[in-house]
Design a protein around this ligand. Structure first.
Ligand SMILES: *[C@@H]1O[C@H](CO)[C@@H](O)[C@H](O)[C@H]1NC(C)=O
Ligand SMILES: *[C@@H]1O[C@H](CO)[C@@H](O)[C@H](O)[C@H]1NC(C)=O
Ligand SMILES: *[C@@H]1O[C@H](CO)[C@@H](O)[C@H](O)[C@H]1NC(C)=O
Length: 351
């Protein structure tokens, strides 16, 4: 486990304090926004792909990528390319008015939709760090093929976990819990695989290890060049930044009809985040067993999750449902828990 030296953390901290650009009082606590320079070394994939010239090229890439017996992943795999970079990551560290006795902080890692439960975490006495994933929001937006990939995102999550252990803004935390959603959960699995018990517990929401439905879901997004889909929001992004085409695509992959308020679907559509070609081509990283993580895992996934369960989490693999079978990649976790029952009528989105 590559722990940052104390002196490096101290200087990082001094630097950070100077970058804090706002503090806001929220229900049950206060949030401090800061743009943090995060240094990483990541083993990305050297994709043999050039920047798409137009939407037809992007559509063709995903048609071939999601075809049955597709060979695209092999065709474009140019081996490992190590990325050494410093990225500016937008963060918000929220501190509760009444911190719990265990001094818990949550590291929240988002997927494509912004699901914000900061006030609930603060009410429970937990501090929480939220951040914009590399390539989204107010964080840096480097090359969407070579740089913004899951391996880089895993390293960034790891650096932020170390940051939380180094008394950020003078706050001592004794328990760092990772809470991922969807693609964010995949990043936390990558973190546990590479750095073992860097988190004291991991909550994976909208997650299983089943890949039988991912091709259908990847097609259902209708991946569109972000600057084409919404020039108002994304005109500055290169064509390696992609997003679902429209509201029916969002409904298809994230919502189950009858199980949501239509205003929530519309709000999700209006605020949806981009992804990149580099992320989608290897979304879940490796799904082989995580051998160095022994801390607890808690999985919360809707019963009709379209991306991770192909729309039905009750289908069985090796005699158990898809959530239970996910235990297979955490053979050494000392506590593996699932929601007591699969959350009914839910696709991937929940509050
Ligand atoms: C991050 O990288 C920059 C530029 O290489 C360097 O100046 C800085 O000291 C590094 N920060 C940490 C915390 O290692
Ligand atoms: C992938 O490669 C195999 C073996 O060469 C070939 O049989 C198959 O048709 C290819 N699939 C596609 C979608 O081109
Ligand atoms: C949390 O994890 C850190 C790093 O592995 C460890 O030093 C610490 O003892 C753990 N805290 C608790 C409460 O288990």
């Amino acid at each position: 486990m590559a722990l940052l030296k104390v002196s490096a953390l101290a200087s990082l901290f001094v630097f950070l304090t100077s970058l804090v650009n706002s503090a806001t009082a929220v229900a049950n606590g206060n949030c401090f926004d800061a743009v943090i320079p995060v240094n990483i070394t990541a083993d990305n994939t050297n994709y043999k792909l050039t920047l798409p010239k137009n939407q037809e090229e992007v559509t063709d890439l995903f048609t071939r990528f999601t075809s049955l017996t597709s060979n695209v992943t092999t065709e474009i795999d140019g081996g490992t390319k190590t990325i050494k970079a410093t990225y500016k990551i937008w963060t918000s560290l929220c501190i509760p008015n009444n911190q719990d006795a265990a001094k818990t902080v949550e590291l929240a890692v988002h997927g494509w939709l912004q699901v914000n439960y900061v006030e609930a975490a603060l009410k429970a006495g937990h501090a929480i760090l939220i951040y914009d994933r590399l390539g989204t929001g107010q964080s840096d937006k480097p090359d969407g093929i070579a740089e913004v990939q899951v391996a880089a995102q895993v390293e960034i999550a790891g650096e932020l976990a170390k940051y939380l252990r180094a008394k950020p803004r003078g706050n001592q935390f004794d328990r760092v819990i990772g809470v991922g959603h969807s693609f964010g959960s995949a990043q936390l699995v990558g973190l546990a695989r590479k750095y073992g018990n860097v988190l004291n517990a991991t909550v994976l929401t909208g997650f299983t290890t089943f890949v039988g439905g991912t091709g259908t879901a990847a097609a259902a997004f209708g991946w569109t060049i972000a600057s084409v889909q919404n020039p108002k929001r994304f005109s500055s992004l290169p064509s390696s930044y992609i997003i679902s085409e429209g509201i029916s695509n969002s409904q298809n992959v994230f919502f189950r009809f009858g199980g949501y308020d239509p205003a929530v679907l519309q709000a999700a559509e209006n605020t949806k985040a981009t992804s990149t070609i580099g992320e989608i081509l290897n979304l879940f990283g490796s799904l082989s067993p995580v051998t160095d993580y022994t801390n607890p895992i808690f999985i919360v996934t809707g019963d009709k999750d379209y991306i991770l369960c192909g729309g039905n989490c009750y289908q069985k693999v090796d005699g158990v449902n898809l959530l239970e079978s996910t235990k297979g990649i955490f053979p050494r976790s000392r506590s593996f828990r699932l929601t007591s029952r699969l959350t009914p009528d839910m696709a991937i989105t929940f509050t």
